[in-house]
Write a protein that binds this ligand. Sequence first.
Ligand SMILES: [Zn+2]
Length: 148
Amino acid sequence: MEAITLERVRKGLLQKRGSLTAWLHANPSRKKEILLGPSTERSVEARLDVIDAALLKADAMTLGQCDICHGEVDPELLEVDYTTSVCIDHLSEEERRHLERELELAQRVQKMLLPAEAPRIPGLEVKARNQWHQRCSFETARVITGIP
Ligand SMILES: [Zn+2]
């Protein structure tokens, strides 16, 4: 993984760790039970353990490396979850389904954030529109297939 990406992921992990820890300490037990619903405080602590393991990998420069085949974990997978420790080939069936749901949600959010049509610039309208659609469908296809 590129150093700049690794640093960004590392910062994201530290930020997540900080907010989870602050949340655990700031809320009274009863409130946490209500907010967590079917989950437990232990599941939040387990998540913190996973984040700590990812931070150790970041320090050892092995974050983004598949635990099983030692190949590279797809950057898109890491963007969905900074703690991903296996490549797409070694995800369990459950992890694969979870990822698909996350990607579908991300795509829906992404589409809502994009303007309905390309900006109109005199003289550049046709080219801009073509590139707009090409880029959008390329990005969507890339996310779905995992092909870089
Ligand atoms: Zn692998």
